[in-house]
Design a protein around this ligand. Structure first.
Ligand code: ADP
Ligand code: MG
Length: 703
């Protein structure tokens, strides 16, 4: 068993024959391989067919990936500093070529010194009529091996440092072989229950691992991959489903009745008829809060779909049942916008509402906190300030979190401790999550969805313009401003190249100023590097209509409501994610005016770039857009997913293997329904695996 101290797979890697302390240290640091077991799960990323080689004279074309066998006849190091490189002459009887290295020179030199035959693998390019390969993979071949190359030779990811120090790919392969000589089939515990292995015709775990490292045939390799994908997705799903299931046993408050507060508001003060989706969601929440277990629900609804009113009605429901409610938003501006609009909606009702943020003055804060603790204050709206320990509720029954992705899980957890039982939690997000991902990222939450927009919305016209039309776009903006409208101009901001991005932003700001001179136009700028005060001040000047143009990074992405803004210009649109652009677009079209979203890009766009712009221009549904985003970019880029850890899958692919994901989810659910705590004997290996430390680490990141 894995947790057993004599589990051979837990043996530190340095004890493997041929490794030792020094190499062990390298393996730990460079490849995160600590134990025998870790080495087994460091899978090859491709295989070489070592039985077929190309002759140098037959290299088909520039850029071809080739595998050659031959001898290195000469080598020298030339150049200095950054130009320093190792050039080796490689010959295979049919011709010669250069092999070139800029890094790891010492290690390579040492390897080629020993002479003999070498295997060379890499991308051929042509220079001055002569073939060469830069940074090829090179392995020394024993003479005894020359006649018997396997058709599948594993290739493992490695690092320059490993190569330089001692560990050529070839040597690593030998270590893995050594490892297989040191263990037996019974050492590799199969955590999948036998009935599942049988039902899905899976090979054993040992067999899968052996075949993925040293496949005997293409068919066996595919079987191994299938088994390992199945296992990975199954474990992922069983964890998520367990979370969700265990959740059903978390006791929560019962909201028994719909009372006077709710009914009065609903009958007399609701400014519009609810959409069917809004009604449906309310019903789901109503049912959920009656069961006696705690609600943990995600409310997904496109930008402008009317989540706020649903939130408010839920809070009234809490009040009717003798509880307090709070609503938390990620920024001061958003929180205060919620406060203002909810206060306005409730102005004719006798309900005490408070606002709390980091900026609330001490005196006011004191009053609020006292009233909150006494229970007079029924609704508290604010920022992170709400979760501070000093904020003590009399009887908190419902916490609503707007724009989920800015709140960490830890912060959510803090809310749980604000009452004797954890309050019901409703998380609202406008980032639509593709169906396929919802299974993974939010598998532990119940989900409610608002798909339809309130009636009477004017569609936003979206156009894509390349850089050469900039002047025209600016003219159009002038025209809109003359009509009394306001304009957003947004620049991309991607963490890795922050500095560059700010340069872009400032350059953009200067450029905008040339089109819109100071004496006629007021331009405000907001970005994340400003102090909060500065940012708020500038943002306010736009909200209250003083500034005509707001130049910004994506800090304005979430929730901000300025109904008079009619144009959203997205600069370098090719650098934004589709869902992000959709969010930005949702900042306009909030008033009575016809609104526009203009996507500005360079004139040379890749095929995918064009497709993405086309999607934005033609699609209006956030859900459709997020599906497309997922297909074009992969899951790693989408917010919720990065957090969920689903993108950490090692062998399965969240998009390509979605069918298998659904299958394993079904299997997981069936197992847990029959045996929620996995107590049956057949699940012992599975349970042990799930509770082993390593798994815990991974899952604590995810849930
Ligand atoms: P979001 O879901 O993006 O938070 P909001 O709750 O801010 O959306 O709602 C957007 C706008 O739509 C608000 O001005 C709100 O008053 C209005 N609204 C919400 N529900 C309806 C409805 N059923 N009919 C008409 N207008 C609505
Ligand atoms: Mg909102």
């Amino acid at each position: 068993m894995f947790t057993h101290s004599r589990d051979i797979l837990l043996t530190p890697i340095e004890y493997l024959k041929g490794v030792g302390p020094l190499k062990g240290d390298l393996l730990r640091k460079e490849l995160n391989i600590h134990t025998f077991g870790d080495m087994l799960s460091h899978y090859p990323f491709r295989y070489m067919d070592r039985s077929s080689f190309t002759k140098i004279k037959d290299i088909p074309e520039e850029g071809a990936t080739v595998q050659l066998i031959g001898k290195i006849t000469y080598s020298e190091v030339t150049g200095n500093g950054k130009g320093r490189r190792l050039v080796a002459t490689f010959k295979d009887g049919s011709g010669g070529m250069d092999l070139v290295w800029f890094q790891g020179i010492v290690g390579i030199e040492r390897m080629i010194e020993r002479g003999g035959h070498f295997l060379v693998y890499g991308k051929a390019s042509r220079f001055n009529g002569f073939w060469n390969i830069t940074h090829p993979e090179v392995d020394a071949i024993e003479n005894s091996e020359l006649d018997s190359f396997p058709s599948f030779q594993p290739v493992y990811s490695s690092t320059e440092k490993l190569k330089a120090k001692w560990l050529s790919g070839r040597l690593y392969v030998k270590l893995v072989q050594q490892l297989f000589n040191s263990i037996q089939a019974k050492d590799v515990v199969d955590m999948l229950p036998l009935k599942i292995i049988n039902a899905f015709h899976l090979c054993s775990r040992y067999e899968a691992i052996r075949q993925i490292h040293f496949p005997e045939s293409e068919q066996q390799l595919q079987q191994a991959i299938y088994r390992l994908k199945f296992e990975e997705l199954f474990l992922h799903q069983i964890n998520i489903c367990k979370l969700k299931l265990n959740h059903q046993y978390v006791k929560g408050f019962v909201f028994e009745k719909v009372g006077e507060v709710f009914n009065t508001f609903y009958k007399h003060h609701l400014p519009f008829e609810l959409t069917n989706d809004q009604k449906k969601v309310l019903k789901e929440i109503r049912q959920n809060t009656q069961t006696g277990s705690q609600m943990n629900r995600l409310l997904q609804g496109d930008v402008g779909s009317g989540k706020t009113i649903v939130a408010l009605l839920c809070m009234l429901l809490a009040i009717d049942n003798g509880f307090q409610a709070c609503l938390m938003a990620p920024t001061e501006i958003l929180a205060s916008q919620h406060y203002v609009s909810i206060k306005a909606l409730l102005c004719e009702m006798n309900i005490e509402i408070g606002f709390l943020s980091g900026k609330t003055k001490a005196k006011e804060r004191k009053i609020i906190l006292e009233s909150l603790q006494k229970g007079d204050l029924k609704i508290l709206i604010g920022t992170h300030a709400l979760i501070e320990d000093k904020v003590i509720f009399n009887n908190l029954g419902l916490s609503i979190i707007d724009e989920q992705h800015r709140f960490g899980v830890a912060q959510r957890a803090k809310l749980w401790q604000k009452n004797t039982l954890p309050p019901h939690i409703l998380v609202m997000t406008a980032t639509p999550i593709p169906r396929t991902l919802a299974m993974t990222s939010y598998g532990d939450l119940d989900v409610s969805i608002i798909k339809e927009l309130p009636p009477g919305r004017k569609p936003i016209t979206t156009v894509h313009r390349s850089e050469i039309y900039r002047a025209k776009v600016m003219d159009f903006i002038k025209h809109e401003i003359a009509l009394g409208r306001q304009i957003y101009i947004v620049y991309p901001l991607i963490e890795e190249s922050e500095k560059l991005d700010y340069e872009n932003l400032y350059a953009g700001y200067e450029q905008v100023k040339q089109f819109f001179p100071d004496h006629t136009y007021h331009i405000a700028m907001v970005h994340g590097k400003q102090t909060q005060d500065e940012r708020e001040h500038n943002m306010r000047s736009f909200i209250n209509g003083q500034a005509h143009i707001l130049v910004a990074t994506t800090v304005i992405e979430v929730g901000v409501n300025v109904p008079n803004a009619s144009v959203m210009v997205i600069e370098s649109a090719e650098r934004f994610g589709l869902s992000q652009m959709h969010q930005l677009r949702g900042r306009v079209g909030r008033g009575a005016d016809k609104s526009y979203c203009i996507l500005l890009t360079g004139s040379k766009l890749s095929q995918i770039g064009k497709e993405r712009m086309h999607t934005m221009v033609t699609e209006t549904s956030g859900f459709a857009i997020s599906e497309k985003d997922l297909a074009l970019r992969g899951p790693g880029e989408l917010d919720g997913v990065r957090q969920s850890g689903a993108a950490d899958l090692k062998i399965a692919d969240i998009i390509k293997d979605v069918a298998l994901m659904a299958t394993t989810r079904q299997v997981a659910i069936e197992i847990l329904q029959q045996d929620p705590y996995l107590d049956r004997a057949e699940y012992i290996p599975l349970k042990t695996w799930l509770t082993s430390r390593k798994q815990q680490e991974i899952w604590s990141r995810i849930s």
